[in-house]
Design a protein around this ligand. Structure first.
Ligand code: NAD
Length: 352
């Protein structure tokens, strides 16, 4: 797999990547190296990481509790306190070793600590490899509201080693697949067809292609003024649904990808109604998604809570919800206003 140049930093792959990391640490003469991880990546990923990372520097491990519910400012305060107590300074490096929760939160923690220290992302889930660890978006949730607090900050390097995926659950692999479907529908239909045809998927090719797409998009529009908004396809309603399940104590949480997959079905339906996106393609998307993810029945009595959460989407301006919809595969329209009635109808369409 070939190194990808992502503007100010590189994405390195597999075993050879660790040598680049050792060189980075050596060349920058960091005072200390902090590794941020959770209990799962401590158990499953840290042993491999540490046996590959050659350095003379002092290494300190900071563990947080796994789960989206912990991607919040309180956890950040805990990490900032730990770095401070362990003698971190402006010349420290933070390495994030984990899924999107760790890379999002770790990037944010590093970017704010003493006005910013360097960080390196080492994603360990499919979702964080193909999406969260690249592109420079860092941040945390505010209560259950997704990614409300954060900033754009690029890592110094990203290391993608698909060997970490051997311990990731099937459910989490499927979660990452949702972001690959998103790239497929908005940018590269071949990628969607690969998943649709359920060929024996060559995971390293999917990862490489996904990162290439994200990188192409982000390099053209790093601050999400226009093109980058395509990466929010399925996420506007999807985030509201994810938040709703996070705050519902009697319901099992959805993974990020499961929520986004529902969002893509609903937003394809909105695209059909508003922009003439072909009906057969809406059905195709729904079929592919329901063949991968078990159906979540969205209860009618929950629709109003989901609509309420939608009002907090980051893309909203003046209280207006902005969707990115599809005219066709690989053909999008940003900043679409969708009547409330149609949003409700789209959730019913998903349920049917
Ligand atoms: P996650 O970080 O919660 O990881 C899922 C689970 O897998 C966790 O329990 C974790 O401990 C465990 N895990 C991680 N690596 C493992 C391994 N190798 N073996 C065994 N278990 C492992 O979830 P995620 O799906 O990776 O990330 C979701 C987050 O990413 C969301 O918060 C979402 O908002 C964010 N995200 C960010 C961006 C961005 O551009 N910054 C893009 C997409 C998603």
């Amino acid at each position: 797999m070939k190194t990808i140049q992502a503007g100010t930093y590189n994405v390195h792959f597999q075993q050879k990547a660790y040598k680049f990391l050792s060189n980075l640490v050596e060349d920058n003469n960091y005072s200390s190296v902090f590794i941020l991880l959770d209990e799962n990546t401590l158990e499953h990923c840290y042993p491999k990481f540490i046996s590959n990372f050659a350095t003379e520097k002092r290494i300190e491990v900071i563990e947080i509790e796994s789960g989206e519910i912990n991607k919040n400012i309180d956890t950040c305060i805990g990490v900032w306190n730990a770095i401070t107590e362990l003698g971190g300074d402006r010349k420290s490096l933070l390495i994030t070793l984990g899924g999107g929760v760790i890379t999002d939160l770790g990037g944010f923690v590093a970017s704010c600590f003493k006005r910013g220290i360097d960080f390196v992302n080492i994603p360990t889930t499919l979702l964080s490899m193909v999406d969260a660890s690249v592109g420079g978006k860092t941040g945390v949730d505010l209560g259950v509201l997704k990614n409300q607090i954060g900033l754009f900050a690029n890592p110094k390097m990203v290391i993608v080693d698909s060997d970490y995926l051997t311990t990731v659950t099937e459910r989490e692999i499927k979660s990452g697949t949702a972001e690959i479907i998103k790239y497929g529908l908005t940018y590269d239909t071949d990628l969607f067809n690969e998943i649709k045809n359920n060929k024996k998927l060559e995971i390293s090719n999917l990862i490489q292609r996904s990162i290439e797409i994200k990188n192409e998009v982000v390099l053209q529009d790093p601050r999400e003024q226009n093109l980058r908004k395509i990466l929010n396809f399925g996420h506007t309603l999807g985030h509201a649904i994810e938040s709703f399940y996070l705050e519902s104590e009697d319901k099992e949480n959805l993974t990020h990808g499961e929520a986004i997959a529902i969002g893509m079905v609903c937003e394809s339906f909105m695209s059909y109604k508003l922009l003439g996106f072909p009906a057969e393609k809406v059905n195709e998307i729904k079929e592919v998604i329901l063949s991968i993810y078990k159906r979540t029945h969205l209860l009618k009595e929950d629709f109003s809570d989901i609509m309420e959460l939608l009002k907090h989407d980051k893309k909203n301006i003046n209280g207006q919800v902005n969707f990115v919809l599809l005219n066709d595969y690989e053909d999008y329209k940003i900043d679409c206003k969708v009547p409330e009635k149609l949003i409700l109808e789209s959730m019913e369409f998903y349920n049917e």
